[in-house]
Design a protein around this ligand. Structure first.
Ligand code: AMP
Length: 194
């Protein structure tokens, strides 16, 4: 049962409207389903759109932000809750605590780094929840190809492909979260390719 999700997404506002529209749609579905969202807490870009839409629909949105970002006023001011951390590392750890799933929307290096860390933790059995990547406008095709290549070249195994799901439309995200293959802490046993 999905009650709370973590959403990684862009801070940039200078991106095609198509990414904002997809974010708005997804936030609407999440709010309608009473799913609580944890995010970076920023007010700009897709993070801002996610928060504004959740709030307008009466949903709960929790931001986790390092203190230095709040000090430079990057923080959204109306979030349901805001948790401040001392470091970026602590922030990333908190994103994944008590979440039932992870959704990644389009984003830059911050989003990619957060997503790849979650995939790495999942490979090691330290994070076991579903990971769904919203491939709006085919933005994540190169990442999909990179992950495929790393399996083809035996840097990961076929078993690892079950760690993530790519979907094209916001309306497919919840289904993908609910239908994600089960993943257990014992995945550490096949983390290394021999
Ligand atoms: P990116 O995908 O590169 O835009 O990065 C999104 C992530 O970058 C967030 O989770 C934050 O770690 C960080 N970040 C960058 N700019 C901001 C901002 N203006 N407000 C909040 N977080 C930001």
């Amino acid at each position: 049962m999905i009650k709370r999700v973590c959403v990684y997404c862009a801070s940039s506002a200078k991106i095609n409207k198509i990414y904002f529209d997809a974010t708005e749609k997804l936030a609407s579905y999440l709010a309608d389903e009473n799913i609580e969202v944890v995010c970076g807490g920023g007010s700009s870009g897709l993070m801002g759109k996610l928060a504004d839409t959740m709030l307008a629909k009466g949903g709960r949105i929790i931001g986790i932000m390092p203190r230095f970002m709040k000090e430079v006023e990057w923080c959204h001011t109306n979030l349901t809750e805001i948790h401040l951390t001392e470091t970026m590392h602590e922030r990333k750890q908190k994103f994944l605590e008590n979440t039932d799933g992870l959704i990644t929307l389009a984003g830059g290096c911050g989003t990619l780094e957060e997503l790849l860390e979650a995939i790495t933790l999942k490979r090691l059995g330290l994070f076991t929840k579903p990971i769904v990547i919203l491939n709006t406008n085919g933005y994540y095709e190169p990442l999909k190809q990179m992950l495929d290549k790393s399996i083809e070249e035996n840097f990961m195994s076929e078993l690892h492909r079950k760690m993530w799901a790519f979907v094209n439309e916001p309306e497919d995200v919840l289904k993908a979260l609910n239908e994600a293959p089960e993943w257990n802490a014992d995945s550490i046993e096949f983390a290394v390719i021999k």
